[in-house]
Design a protein around this ligand. Sequence first.
Ligand SMILES: Cc1cc2nc3c(=O)[nH]c(=O)nc-3n(C[C@H](O)[C@H](O)[C@H](O)COP(=O)(O)OP(=O)(O)OC[C@H]3O[C@@H](n4cnc5c(N)ncnc54)[C@H](O)[C@@H]3O)c2cc1C
Length: 492
Amino acid sequence: MKVAVIGAGLGGLSAAAHLVGAGHEVTIVERDSIPGGRAGMIVADGFRLDNGPTVLTMPNLLETAFNACGAEMKDYVTINPVDPMYRAVYADGSTLFVRHGREAMTEEIRAFSNAKEAESFGAFCDWLEKLYRAEMDSFIDTNFNSPLDLVKPWKSGLELVRLGGFGKLGKKVASFFEDERLQRIFSFQSMYAGLAPYEALALYAVITYMDSVEGVYVPEGGMHMMAAGLADAVTDAGVEIRYDTAVTRILRRSGGAVTGVEIGDSDRIDADVVVCNPDLPVAYRELLPGVNAPRSARNGKYSPSCLLWVAGVKGLPPADASHHNIHFGKDWDGSFKALIDDGVRMPDPSILVTLHSLDDPSLAPEGHSSIYVLEPTPNLSGTIDWPKERDGIMGELRERVDALGYPTEVVVEEIYDPTDWERMGMEQGTPFALAHTFFQTGPFRPSNVNRKVPGLVFTGSSTQPGVGVPMVLVSGKLAAERVEQYARQRYR
Ligand SMILES: Cc1cc2nc3c(=O)[nH]c(=O)nc-3n(C[C@H](O)[C@H](O)[C@H](O)COP(=O)(O)OP(=O)(O)OC[C@H]3O[C@@H](n4cnc5c(N)ncnc54)[C@H](O)[C@@H]3O)c2cc1C
C-alpha cells in the first residue's frame, strides 16, 4: 500500500521503519528541515545543542525500530550508558549519585543512607521488574479497541492488583524506603507522565523501572542522533523523506476514507493510508476539518510544561557535576500542587541541569560547554503571563544556575517557554502531551484510529501508549499494526 506519514518525529520514523519493513511504499512529509521533531538540535557557533529529550531509556525499543526496516542500530548510532545516571542534590546539601547497575546503586545507597535502605533497593528492583513484566506486553505494547480489552489479559491484571499497582505511587515507594530523599529519587519520574507521586497510580513506577533499573543511555553526537540515525536507516530501506514541506490537510473521499495529504494550496500526495505524527488534538483541529477530536483530547488534563534554556557557554562545569544533575527544591508535595493544581510556578523550583558535552566533547568547542536547564512549569492553563513574566523568571533561573557553580557566560542560547511549545504545535503549550491519569491511559487515551476516517492512523505522544521516547517508538509499531489490519480489511 502507499502510505503517507505526516511528520518525522520519533513516532513517525518508527512507524515508517515498521511499514517499509513490511513492504509498503512510504513517504514521510516533514515541515522542518531535520528529522526528530521534539528530539531536535541547534547547530551554531561550533556547538551542537540538544533541545528535547535528555534521558534515553530502553534503547532496545530504539533498536527494534532499526531492525524493523532491516537495519542494525550500531551502523547508524552509538549508544553508551551514562554513569552516574543522575547526580541528585538535595536542599539540605546532601548528594546522591544514581549509579548504573544494581550492585553499584546498592553500595551507593549503603554509603548515602544505611544498610537497611540498601537492602530495600533489591526488593524495590524485584517489584519494579515484576510490574514491568505484567504491564509491557498486555497493557503498553498493545492496540486497544475498547475498554473491555483491559480485562482480556486478566492474568496480568490480577498480577498488577497483587503487586499493588492500583495504590498510590508515593505511598508504595515509601513502603520500601524510609529515607525521604530516596523516596524522591525513585518517584519523581511520575512527572514524566504529568502526575504528582501522591496522585499517580503505583503502576506508573514502570517509568522508574525504565531508568533506575534498565539504565539511562546517551547517543554519541547528542540525543538528536537517535532520530537522525533512524531517518538515515529508513531512507536506506527505501522511504522517501520530504523536508521543509508542511501538510495542510488530510484528504478524504467525500467525508470517508483517506486519499492522501495536501501540501500547500494545491500540491498533494496520494496515499491509501495516512499516518499522522503531529500532536493529536492539533492534528484534528488543523488537518481534519469537520472531524471532532476524542473528548479526552479536547477536554483532557494536560501535563505540566517546562521552561527550557539551552546554551553554549564559555568554561567547563564544576568537577563534581554529572551528565544529569537534579537540584531538588525544599518542598515536595507543595511543588507538585503548585504546578499541577494551582497552575503557578514552584515556590522553590526543582531543576534538571544536563551537561551533554561532559561525556562528548564533540558537542562544544574546546574550553566551552553545552548546558541544558529545564524547570517544570504549569502549561498554558496555568496563571503565568509568559510574555510579561518570562524575563524575570529567566533572570532568576540564570542566577540560580550560576550560584550552583555552572558556567553561564553565553556564546549562543535558545529559550523555550510554554508559548513557544504552543507555537510549535503542542496542545496547551506542553511538550509532554496529555497527562497519564488512569482515564487518559490505555484504552481511555485517544485511539490511534477513528472509525469515521478509515485509513487514518495516529502515532506519537498524545495517542496510545503515551509520552516519552520509549512510548512513542512503541506507538509507531502499533500504528504499523493498524495499517496491516486496515490492509487486510480492504483486500478481503
Ligand atoms: C524539553 C523536552 C524534554 C524531554 N525530555 C524527555 C526525556 O528526557 N526522555 C523522554 O523519553 N522523553 C522526553 N521528552 C518527550 C519526548 O521528546 C516526546 O514524547 C517525543 O519526542 C515525541 O515524539 P512524537 O513523535 O510524538 O512527536 P514530535 O517529535 O513532536 O513529532 C511530530 C513531527 O511532526 C511534524 N509536523 C507537525 N505538523 C506537521 C505538518 N502539518 N506537516 C508536516 N510535518 C508536521 C513536526 O515537525 C515533528 O517533526 C522531552 C520533550 C521535550 C520537548
